[in-house]
Ligand binder design. Structure first.
Ligand SMILES: [Zn+2]
Length: 466
């Protein structure tokens, strides 16, 4: 039982409204509503009431783990010296987990090079792309890399010794480290609630039926406050409960090791036959073109998605449109990684990066995610980056791809299963997932800051209040 009083529901409508929620739904909207006995009341004082934000691409378990990790890359760590300092400053004993590494810091790290930095504790550092881990010798020993040398993904040198570089070994690492890592889901979920996030799509490819069970427990015991759409592998069961649903089959592509065309096509056809959509990870133009060709042959289904579309050349736009697929983008990377992109990529191609406006103008459904922990988990930063397209150092990247604040908000206010469709509405009968700001939208739109969120409501329950 909740009554939000004097909220701005529609920026054009110049009058505040009261909104009553019960049993997870909005049951009444009006003016001058009186509170019922025992009903919780939030005074909005003219603040904008928005649909609760949905992050359409995030990795929650990794986010929780990253919050217990040390950041090892730009913009805070830029050379070997500062990498050494941050690693040696980690208190305690046992594993040191680093994240956000980029080779601009000290090249592709090697096991023995890491030993020079820290040798008495096991260290593992994740490349910010998420596809590669670097470990020191102590870690290599604990993980028994020598015994597992034959596994594809464990890189070995000419003398067949592990280099300490592990490619796409997340699932295996998770299994090896099962007891050593207990991520704090509760605090990560509360962090998101503070941003106004009422729903997430966990886009982790390694999510399995075991992950589904884990998520159910977290929802039941109250650790997880958001509703969840869970992507993952083939082992996941179809699930359509109130707070948790199963989502697309996640397919990873690496342009240096693309799968067999026919195999992937069959994989997609099989998923579709089981009424399951696919979500294909594409961060390079090669991956995107490959994915589009396979989807074209397999037959795309409504709900199929391309994750990231980090680089979208002009001539792929009509192909994307023709397949009818949805794009889920992360404009926050323009802000967070833009300076690196500006260095690595020709200026004539800057507008290919995390495009937004072109997709919308071409009628391609576009949703937004943060890709946390690879990006910042704050969706307001992503919205702001979609509007400003400014890098940390202030460079403008792909000006023509800028969105209006309303278009940026829309990236995060559509239904979980339909990124890019119409935004969820605040009407009688709709689900009471809401985000209340402390000021009207005409002010908030110029700031797009999470600091303006004053309350977050999921299924009629207040999950955050400032
Ligand atoms: Zn991701």
């Amino acid at each position: 039982m909740l009554l939000v009083r004097q909220a701005e529901l529609n920026a054009e409508l110049n009058a505040a409204r009261d909104v009553r929620c019960r049993n997870g739904k909005i049951i009444e909207i009006g003016t001058g509503l009186q509170s019922d006995p025992g009903e919780r009341v939030i005074e909005a004082r003219g603040g904008a009431l928005l649909p609760g934000l949905h992050d359409h691409h995030i990795h929650l378990i990794a986010l929780a783990a990253a919050r217990q990790s040390v950041h090892c890359g730009p913009p805070t760590v830029n050379n070997l010296e500062s990498l050494t300092t941050v690693l040696r400053e980690v208190k305690g004993s046992g594993w040191i987990r680093g994240v956000g590494y980029h080779e601009s810091v000290a090249g592709m790290l090697h096991r023995t090079q890491l030993d020079d930095l820290v040798s008495n504790r096991p260290v593992r550092i994740q490349h910010r792309s998420g596809k590669l881990w670097f470990v020191n010798s102590r870690a290599a020993q604990l993980l028994q890399l020598d015994q597992h040398r034959s596994l594809q993904g464990i890189e070995c040198d000419a003398s067949d010794a592990p280099t300490g570089r592990l490619f796409r070994m997340d699932q295996w690492l998770r299994e090896q480290l099962a007891d050593a890592v207990i991520p704090d889901i509760k605090s990560a979920s509360r962090l998101l609630a503070g941003f106004g996030v009422t729903g997430i799509t966990d886009a982790t490819a390694a999510n399995s039926s075991a992950t589904q069970d884990q998520y159910l427990k977290w929802i039941e015991n109250g650790d997880l406050l958001q509703r969840v759409l869970l992507m993952g592998d083939e082992s996941m069961a179809q699930m359509h409960q109130n707070l948790i649903q199963s989502g697309a089959l996640k397919i990873m592509l690496d342009d240096y090791a693309l799968p067999d065309f026919e195999d992937l096509k069959q994989h997609i056809v099989n998923a579709h036959q089981q009424q399951r959509c696919v979500a294909i990870h594409c961060v390079t133009a090669v991956e995107l073109v490959f994915a589009l060709s396979v989807l074209n042959e397999a037959g795309a289904q409504s709900g199929d998605r391309i994750e990231h579309a980090s680089v979208t050349p002009d001539d792929t736009i009509p192909l994307i449109r023709a397949t009818g697929i949805t794009i889920v983008t992360q404009p926050n990377f323009i802000a967070e990684r833009g300076d690196q992109y500006a260095e690595d990529i020709e200026s004539t191609e800057h507008h290919h990066l995390y495009r937004c406006k072109t997709f919308l103008e071409s009628g391609i459904p576009l949703g937004g995610g943060t890709d946390a922990p690879f990006g910042s988990p704050d969706p307001w930063r992503a919205m702001s980056a979609a509007v400003n397209r400014k890098t940390l150092s202030g460079k403008l990247l792909g000006e023509l791809e800028r969105l209006s604040p309303e278009q940026a908000l829309h990236l995060f206010t559509t239904a979980a299963a339909n990124p890019g469709a119409a935004a969820r509405t605040i009407t009688v009968g709709s689900t009471a997932d809401l985000c209340l700001l402390d000021r009207p939208w005409h002010e908030a739109r110029l700031r797009l800051q999470h600091e303006d969120v004053t309350a977050t409501i999921r299924a009629g329950e207040v999950i955050y209040q400032r």
